[in-house]
Design a protein around this ligand. Structure first.
Ligand code: ADP
Ligand code: MG
Length: 252
């Protein structure tokens, strides 16, 4: 048996003294795409943050393994260098830093280098922007400053392409993404996977349309901090038609 890329066993986590993840089991293999769905407040973003090592969340039980290593005590930086990537749900504008400057630092960090020449980054960047159908002028824009939803998504996909993570965690916003932005993500993920077929993806989303284009290997539904059910892509379809209610555990 090969070691899974990501393996969560009975994972519990809390923030601010509140239990949010209450026993998550999830295994993502190399090259697999998994979708995580679930109602608002279920703990989807928490799960992504816990995998990335966000300091606001504390693991209180279970295990978090990445490529066979228990990474639960690793810093976010160490996890990033090992190949875990999280696209933020609400990326912040960093004023005065351009897209290319940011990527230069991020790629250097991923590779464990102090610095990377602008030239080196630019070549790779131009190639990927071309492949993703992006305007080269985008590289000079200030990071997330006045980015439209679609531009933020493009930036996210561009980061993923250039950092070439082993595991990409994509946390989609709960509302306000138009169909074009969804297409950008779906197409971007497909393009990056063509180049890096070994990349695993965990995409958090409400959007069946996105999943129709990404074609996940597995779909999981997180409810109240637990994965209540998993299935193939048809599960997403069923949820779109019938909602989450019938998937909730019966409580007395
Ligand atoms: P989802 O992404 O599925 O909508 P979240 O993971 O954002 O859900 O949140 C799950 C629950 O945990 C919510 O009730 C939320 O208010 C709570 N929560 C998330 N982060 C924190 C935090 N840092 N401190 C306190 N409560 C939090
Ligand atoms: Mg969320």
């Amino acid at each position: 048996m090969t070691t899974p890329l990501l393996e969560l066993r009975d994972l519990h986590a809390r923030a601010d003294g509140v239990d949010i993840l209450r026993g998550v089991d999830l295994v993502v293999g190399t090259g697999e795409v998994h979708a995580l769905m679930g109602p608002n407040g279920a703990g989807k973003s928490t799960l992504a943050n816990v995998i990335m090592g966000h300091p606001g969340y504390v693991i209180t039980g279970g295990s978090l393994m990445f490529q066979g290593h228990d990474i639960s005590s690793w810093t976010p930086d160490e996890r990033a260098r090992a190949g875990v990537f999280l696209a933020f749900q609400y990326p912040e504008a960093i004023s005065g830093v351009s897209v290319v400057q940011f990527l230069r630092q991020a790629i250097a960090a991923r590779k464990g280098l102090d610095e990377l020449s602008i030239l080196e980054v630019r070549l790779d960047l131009m190639e990927w922007m071309d492949r993703l159908g992006m305007d080269p002028a985008f590289a000079e824009r200030h990071l997330n400053e006045g980015f439209s939803g679609g531009e933020r998504k493009r930036n996210e996909v561009l980061q993923m392409a250039l950092l070439a993570p082993a595991l990409a965690l994509l946390d989609e916003t709960d509302s306000g993404l138009d169909i074009d932005a969804l297409r950008i993500v779906a197409r971007g993920v497909r393009t990056v996977r063509d180049e890096h077929p070994e990349m695993g993806v965990l995409v958090v989303t409400h959007y069946v349309k996105l999943l129709e284009e990404i074609e996940p290997d597995r779909v999981h539904v997180l409810i109240d901090g637990r994965i209540e059910t998993s299935g193939d892509a048809t599960l997403a379809q069923a949820i779109e038609e019938r909602g989450y209610d019938e998937l909730r555990p019966v409580s007395s």
